[in-house]
Design a protein around this ligand. Structure first.
Ligand SMILES: [Zn+2]
Length: 340
C-alpha cells in the first residue's frame, strides 16, 4: 500500500467537489480568526481540530457558517483562495472547480465586485505561480432561501467572472426542496453556466430526480442515496451524469454510517461515472489524496484503476477539450512511468 500512497500523492489530479471556505485549513482559519478578534472560532490549530468534530449534519452547517463569518473583507477572500490553491498544489491537484458562495460574503458587507475581483486575482496568481487551474462554481446556500438564490444568480449572470463555469446549490437538503430553485438555475443555464446542485446526500433518491428534472443537473453533488433507486442508477449511467462522491464527508456528516457501508461500489458496479472528491477537507480531517486511498481500498484498485478514477474527474470536468486531453495524457504518462 505504501507504493500506492506514493502513486496517489504524485498523481496529477482534478477535483470537482470542494468548497472554498470549507477548504480553509486550521492554519488559514487560525490566521483569519487572529485577524478578527472576538470571533467564535478558536485561533489555535489544536483547539480547531477539536472544534471541527461534528455531531451531525446540522452541527456541521453551524460550524461551517461560523468559519464563513471570518471572511469579512476582500483581503480575507483573496488570502483564503490563494492559500487553498497552495494546499492543492501540494497534493498535485492541477485543476479544481471550487464551489464558492458569494452570497455568504456579500451578505456580510463585502461588495460583489470586490469579492469577484479577489477570487479572480487569486485564481490568476495561483495558475501562474502554483500551476493550479481554478474554476468557480457559484452556489446558492440553500438554508438562506430564495433571496440568496436571487443574489447568487444575479452575481453569476451580471458579473460572470472569467473563471466561472457552473452554478450550484448547497447547504442542508432536508426542508429545502430543490424545485423551488428552478428559475435561478434556468437563468444561470441561459447565461452559459453548467448545473451542478448537491442532491441525495442527506435525503433520498427523489431529491436527485428533482435535481435532474427541475434544475437540469449535469453532475450531481454527492448523490449518495442514488443506489436506493435502481432506475435512477440506470439513468445516471446511461446519460453519463457523473456523481461527485466524497467518502469521508459522508461519514463525518453521518450521511453514511461507516465506510464499509458506503455505496461507492454499487455506483461503480452500475456503470455510473464516479469522481472522488474531498468536499470540505480540513473540516473533515481529510484531503484528496486520502479520499483516493479510501476509494482504492473500497474498490480494490491498483495503480491503473486509481489513474482511471483521476481520468473520470477529467472527463466529468468542465475543462475545454484541449485541457482534458493534456491532463489525461499527463495521467497516462505518470502511470507508465510508475509501472516501469
Ligand atoms: Zn459539498
Amino acid at each position: 500500500m505504501t507504493d500506492l500512497t506514493a502513486f496517489i500523492a504524485g498523481l496529477p489530479k482534478a477535483e470537482l467537489h470542494v468548497h472554498h471556505v470549507g477548504s480553509a485549513s486550521p492554519r488559514i482559519v487560525a490566521e483569519l480568526a487572529a485577524r478578527h478578534p472576538g470571533a467564535k472560532v478558536p485561533d489555535d490549530p489544536d483547539a480547531l481540530a477539536e472544534y471541527f468534530t461534528f455531531r451531525d449534519f446540522a452541527h456541521f452547517v453551524e460550524i461551517y457558517l461560523s468559519v464563513v463569518d471570518l471572511i469579512r473583507d476582500a483581503e480575507d477572500v483573496r488570502l483564503l483562495t490563494y492559500e487553498v490553491a497552495r494546499e492543492m498544489a501540494g497534493q498535485n491537484i492541477r485543476y479544481a472547480e471550487l464551489t464558492v458562495t458569494p452570497y455568504s460574503s456579500t451578505n456580510r458587507g463585502i461588495p460583489d465586485g470586490a469579492f469577484v475581483e479577489a477570487i479572480e486575482d487569486a485564481r490568476v496568481a495561483a495558475e501562474k505561480e502554483l500551476g493550479v487551474v481554478l474554476r468557480w462554481c457559484f452556489d446558492i446556500p440553500g438554508e438562506a432561501g430564495l433571496p440568496a438564490a436571487e443574489e447568487t444568480a444575479r452575481i453569476a449572470c451580471e458579473l460572470q467572472p472569467e473563471g466561472l463555469v457552473s452554478f450550484g446549490l448547497g447547504g442542508p437538503e432536508i426542508g429545502v426542496p430543490r424545485p423551488q430553485f428552478k428559475p435561478y438555475f434556468d437563468r444561470a443555464i441561459a447565461a452559459g453556466l453548467r448545473s451542478v446542485p448537491h442532491a441525495g446526500e442527506t435525503t433520498g433518491p427523489e431529491t436527485v430526480w428533482d435535481a435532474l428534472t427541475s434544475l437540469r443537473a449535469e453532475r450531481i453533488g454527492h448523490g449518495t442515496s442514488s443506489t436506493r433507486d435502481p432506475r435512477l442508477l440506470e439513468h445516471l449511467a446511461e446519460r453519463r451524469i457523473p456523481l461527485e462522491v466524497c467518502p469521508t464527508s459522508n461519514i463525518a456528516t453521518r450521511a453514511v454510517t461507516d465506510l464499509e457501508q458506503h455505496p461507492l461500489r454499487e455506483m461503480v458496479a452500475a456503470g455510473v461515472l464516479v469522481t472522488i472528491n474531498s468536499d470540505d477537507p480540513p473540516m473533515f480531517g481529510t484531503d484528496l489524496n486520502t479520499e483516493y486511498h479510501i476509494a482504492a481500498r473500497l474498490l480494490g484498485l491498483d495503480a491503473a484503476g486509481i489513474a482511471g478514477l483521476a481520468k473520470n474527474a477529467v472527463d466529468a470536468s468542465f475543462m475545454d477539450e484541449g485541457g482534458k486531453k493534456a491532463l489525461r495524457a499527463e495521467i497516462d504518462g505518470y502511470l507508465r512511468e510508475f509501472a516501469d
